[in-house]
Design a binder for this molecule. Structure first.
Ligand SMILES: CSC[C@H]1O[C@H](OP(=O)(O)O)[C@H](O)[C@@H]1O
Ligand code: ADE
Length: 291
């Protein structure tokens, strides 16, 4: 049995979780770099929660500057089994107005200056990623949202752009035509790295704006986002509190294998593996590397 530990990555507008009790800062370091902040561990009811503000205290880091490797690595070291990402996003659908929470089930990765894997020369791995989020975690989030009367939809594709500028109108209409529901700048490579670290992941896309695809409307600017962000942040805290209150003590096996992603993923022959990289992978891949 594995004790369930719920990780929460707070995005724009969610820099703390005031409902946490018995809070302490975890003094964890990572061989991958510097996490956005020291994770805070606490509990809501009987559920242990580890919280990390993605952009750091005071929103210090832009999406391209976040050390996603260090963030996921320290959450793994903290024992996180299930990870909820809270993310502000733009919407590509009239029926997903600002204030809606989209529990996305797919991603389209349009980032171009981020290293998307923990693996590399000396230890190559290919994890399955056709189903990038953990459906049981999504179902729990949907139940928590319903219980808290938070407007939400289950499913949809999140397109992750590099940023930090918002989309041009041409980009916005292109992503909409690709079938995306929402757009943000942070869930890639975060979700990929969580999968490599065998952490069940789900994302809550908190719509703040309609991006730039509506022909007769002004495009998005950060003032639009901030105007909605505060209210979304309050809803997100209620959502997390409800999720935590109803969370199981034991980690539920992920139906799409998030928690066993490395069973057959590492393809480099043992005698060709790089010792320095293996050492860095102690937390992420310790289960299969026997570290
Ligand atoms: C402040 S608007 C743009 C900013 O908000 C989103 O961040 P997060 O996913 O961490 O909530 C978006 O991805 C951009 O980084
Ligand atoms: N329209 C948008 N595009 C990218 N990231 C966002 N975050 C919030 N709104 C966004």
């Amino acid at each position: 049995m594995t004790k369930a530990i719920l990780g929460v990555i707070g995005g724009s507008g969610v820099y703390d979780l005031p409902g946490l009790e018995d809070v302490r800062e975890l003094d964890l370091t990572s061989p991958w770099g510097t996490p956005s902040a020291k994770p805070k561990q606490g509990r809501i009811g009987a559920t242990t929660i580890v919280f990390l503000p993605r952009h750091g205290a005071g929103h210090r880091l832009s999406p391209s500057d976040i050390d996603y490797h260090a963030n996921i690595d320290v959450l793994k070291r903290a024992g996180v089994t299930d990870l909820v990402s809270l993310s502000a996003c733009g919407s590509y659908r009239e029926e997903l107005p600002p204030g809606t929470f989209v529990l996305a089930d797919q991603f389209i990765d349009r980032t171009f200056r981020r290293q998307p894997t923990f693996f590399g020369p000396g230890c190559v791995a290919h994890v399955a990623f056709s189903d990038p989020v953990a459906p049981n975690l999504v179902a729990r989030l949907a139940r928590a949202a319903a219980a808290e009367s938070v407007p939400h939809v289950v499913g949809g594709s999140y397109v992750c752009m590099e940023g930090p500028q918002f989309s041009t109108r041409a980009e916005s209409t292109t992503y909409k035509a690709m079938g995306a529901s929402i757009v943000g700048m942070t869930n890639m490579p975060e979700a990929k790295l969580a999968r490599e670290a065998e952490i069940s992941y789900a994302t809550v896309g908190m719509v703040t704006d309609y991006d730039a695809w509506r022909p007769h409307e002004a495009g998005v600017d950060v003032a639009d986002v901030i105007a909605v962000m505060r209210d979304n942040g309050d809803k997100a805290r209620r959502l997390v509190a409800r999720l935590a209150a109803d969370f199981p003590a034991e980690h539920e096996p992920c139906p799409v294998g998030s928690d066993r992603a490395l069973d057959f993923a590492i393809i480099t022959a043992p005698e060709h593996r790089d010792a320095a990289l293996l050492a860095k992978l102690d937390a992420v891949a310790g289960r299969v590397l026997g570290r």
